[in-house]
Design a protein around this ligand. Sequence first.
Ligand SMILES: *[C@@H]1O[C@H](CO)[C@@H](O)[C@H](O)[C@H]1NC(C)=O
Ligand SMILES: *[C@@H]1O[C@H](CO)[C@@H](O)[C@H](O)[C@H]1NC(C)=O
Length: 586
Amino acid sequence: MLELLAAAMRCLLKALSIVSLHASLRRSRQLCCQSSPAQTPFSYELMKQQYRPEVPEYFNFASDVLDRWTEVEKEGKKPKNPALWWVDGDGEEVKWSFEELGVLSRKAANVLSGACSLQCGDRVLLLLPRIPEWWLLNVACMRTGTVLIPGTQQLTAKDILYRLQKSKAKGIITDDSVASAVESVEADCQSLKFKLLVSEGHREGWLSFKDLLKNAPSDHQCATTKSQHPMAIYFTSGTTGAPKMTEHSHCSYGIGLTVSGRYWLNLTSSDIYWNTSDTGWAKAAWSIFSAWSQGACVFVHKMPQFSPPAVLESLSRYPITVFCSAPTAYRMLVQHQLPSCTFNSLRHCVSAGEPINPEVMAKWKAWTGLDIHESYGQTETVLVCGNFKGMEIKPGSMGKPSPGYDVKIIDENGNILPPGKEGEIAIKVKPTRPLFLFTCYTDDPEKTKATVRGDFYVTGDRGLMDDNGYFWFVGRADDVINSAGYRIGPFEVESALIEHPAVAESAVVSSPDPIRGEVVKAFVVLTPNYISHDPEKMMKELQDHVKKATAPYKYPRKMEFVQELPKTISGKIRRTELRQKEWRRY
Ligand SMILES: *[C@@H]1O[C@H](CO)[C@@H](O)[C@H](O)[C@H]1NC(C)=O
Ligand SMILES: *[C@@H]1O[C@H](CO)[C@@H](O)[C@H](O)[C@H]1NC(C)=O
């Protein structure tokens, strides 16, 4: 395999000398398409030393990375895996090589700059389910310099109106299921110039993507985009407040996410990488840049909704080597263990989005033999902390800072706190702001400024660093419970609860209390075998369990058994919603 990679590298360098380009561009490309070093054991310090990304003046992921992999592929210098491997579970399958992806995305780019009249810098809303066109249009937007605004299909007409008005998008690209919602609000969207329909068939007032694509020419000159010009805007779903427009430049995700691909996901061009999370989620683009920067295959399974048996079946049926899922999904998977499923190709697992309970990690490991490598990041950032492949994992910890950032725990005045002290997780932005960070909240200098305290960008998440430099998540700043002077992070209590066989899931929030100010309240979803148990006894048993599993003052004084928990579309528990209900109740 190493020989192959070395060959890929040689071929790349050859291609480089033919196409003479900006000298700095050459360096950025090395970073994206570089081969892995000799198989020496992983060293965090070495990774930090080696990681020296350079950002050229101009950068475009489509021409600078994807088209390079096409050349490597054409010369037969990379494994035969496709770039995109899509299945729908009903026997439909799409496999695109880097070359095919290149041809199709150039055609799609011609649709965007032709029939849709998009100019470099224009904004477009993309609301599609997990279909191959989602990836195609992502790349087409890079090629035309279109600023992409992805969103989920679950958006209502009101949400769509809000997004179209806020972003002043020139166009919307979606399918039949959302088309009528768009039509119901378009009269109020002055900037909207076109609607592009990706479904089969035609619809009055809409351009047909399939027709246009068929007839589009396949040669297209990729836009020359400055590294620091906007590439995408993500409306953050957030657990609080109205969605904000988080703007990222071409180099931010495009170069910044090579860290995830290489060191956290441990991907090479021989890997097949599956991320079960939905395309609607703001950070769906992470998969594109992490995987394709390394020449890995992106595997996609279109499922109407997350189904544990279907996921397990695919994981054992297809040669998936690296797997990513949200903690909620892992919680469901370990509850649905199918002994008949064996995962022969699987070699590396990661999770992101929320911390994963140590209990779930242990169960997954007992079953598959693999650790789950957690990481921490936000829509505003690339990878902030990670359990990089090869590093010792401390279950429940988000790992160590990414080499791309200087991460610290700070207090309310922006002072750095020593190990063991809880504060806010922050990234150093002075004197120089890292380029792999969002550029701003679009049109909102106030909110953008509010994210900076002293020399730091503050994440809004509380955590601490231990003596070994590992970071631990405590909770969203607003989620931390303050009971009679004790500060209690919901995650710890939830992790203690889930160790008990009766608990499938839980959400811990504060609840008002006349004496303590606030107390810990747990909303608990029981596992099927325990649903009919006496609630009083069950509560007592779980309280005793938590008192034993963690510091006794953290036990939930109040408890409510529920059928399910409110979640964001990316599967994060909406603690804010539960907490607000709780406080309104009294
Ligand atoms: C997986 O996808 C989700 C949402 O689409 C995203 O937030 C996450 O960052 C992705 N993970 C990786 C490792 O690419
Ligand atoms: C993958 O991880 C191993 C350690 O487990 C390391 O030796 C190897 O270099 C990593 N590969 C890449 C591409 O970073």
